[in-house]
Design a protein around this ligand. Structure first.
Ligand SMILES: Nc1ncnc2c1ncn2[C@@H]1O[C@H](COP(=O)(O)OP(=O)(O)OP(=O)(O)O)[C@@H](O)[C@H]1O
Length: 343
């Protein structure tokens, strides 16, 4: 549905040249929720703005349903753009207009009759749960309510795609959750493809089917959300995963040489990462039964990524040297990732 082919975007020229997006190729399928994650300055906003040509790529191609947007004359491009709605971090509502008028705004050039427009606006208000705020002004609304108005406005022209530029970054965690639920509903009930960019792992974890990770203008890793985060190839991906779990706490304890992390001669402190079915519990009892290797759990965390559990356990393993060796081999054969932190 959305194809980006070797898209690059450069700002400025000469010594001040900034390569915001470099050689990015992505295929986003119809009906999916696709996340683009990266730290500030990675190029996410620029890339997402290239999808509707709010930024014109310096090189590469943008195709929507096979139509090459960069080859279109202005009038036709405007038409194609109506298929792509967009919402922003700071909502961008018209402050001097009511909720109703904000949603009506993109319909001013629509071919719908006055009654059809009115009905459309009422149904959008119902969809986003703001039927009782028709005549309110943006200043009278909470952040979450403002974003709901922005979503209704973005859906007014029945787009096929909704681009979300840090749409929940200005919201508290509970409001974020409710906006993400609304986006899921929009995706499920209206079949709209959603591309969202965020620096928050929690957002990706909750709703993205697939994800791309950006760094310095490049997409450095991409794939199904649970796969990418259960077997991260890049350090950056691992860092994102860690921001959403308590795993960093264990690294702090290690740094402090906390007594929990102290090991005796012959012991090993290991981090086990498992995903999907290969849960930690039977593994640990098996190590004791079969190899007489004891596992003392000092930290545990389970994340649910798009319905798939990803667990992390930090354990101290102790036992006879020969048995330990076999136990470690067994762990790896079980497809549980193992990192020896100490020992
Ligand atoms: N219009 C512009 N003119 C010049 N440089 C720009 C412009 N827009 C973005 N940049 C630069 O391009 C780089 C990528 O910025 P971009 O906003 O795309 O990153 P981001 O990952 O979305 O970060 P953030 O979340 O902080 O917005 C940055 O170095 C930024 O300063």
């Amino acid at each position: 549905m959305i194809q980006l082919e070797k898209v690059s975007k450069t700002f400025g020229a000469g010594a001040g040249e900034i390569h915001a997006v470099k050689d990015v190729s992505l295929n986003i399928d119809a009906g999916e929720i696709f996340g683009i994650i990266g730290f500030s300055g990675a190029g996410k906003s620029t890339l997402v703005r290239c999808i509707n040509l709010l930024e014109r790529p310096t090189a590469g191609k943008v195709l929507i349903d096979g139509v090459d947007l960069m080859g279109l004359p202005e009038a036709q491009l405007r038409e194609e753009r109506r298929k792509i709605g967009m919402i922003f971090q700071h909502f961008n509502l018209l402050r001097s207009r009511t909720v109703y008028q904000n949603i009506a705004f993109p319909l001013r050039k629509s071919k719908l009759s006055k009654t059809e427009k009115h009905e459309k606006i009422l149904s959008l208000l119902e969809l986003v749960g703001l039927s009782d705020k028709t005549d309110a002004y943006p200043s009278q609304l909470s952040g979450g309510q403002k974003q709901r108005v922005a979503i209704a406005r973005a859906l007014a022209n029945d787009p096929k795609v909704l681009l979300c530029d840090e749409a929940t970054s200005a919201l508290d965690p509970q409001t974020t959750k409710s906006i993400l639920n609304l986006l899921k509903k929009v995706n499920n009930e209206l079949g709209i493809t959603i591309v969202l960019i965020t620096h928050e792992m929690a957002v990706v974890k909750d709703i993205c089917d697939r994800v791309a990770i950006m760094e310095l203008g490049y997409v450095v890793e991409e794939g199904e959300t649970a796969d990418v985060f259960s077997h991260p190839k890049e350090k950056l991906t691992r860092d994102f995963m860690d921001t959403a779990s308590n795993i960093n706490k264990i690294y702090e304890l290690l740094e402090e040489k906390h007594e929990l992390t102290q090991i005796k001669n012959g012991e090993k402190l290991v981090l086990l990462t498992y995903s999907g079915g290969n849960a930690g519990e039977p593994l640990i009892s098996y190590l004791a039964q079969k190899y007489q290797v004891q596992a003392n759990i000092i930290f545990g965390n389970v994340d649910i990524l798009k319905d798939k559990p990803i667990g992390k356990l930090v354990v101290i393993l102790s036992g006879e040297a020969e048995n330990m060796e076999k136990a470690l081999q067994y762990i790896q054969a079980r497809n549980v990732e193992m990192e020896v932190i100490r020992g």
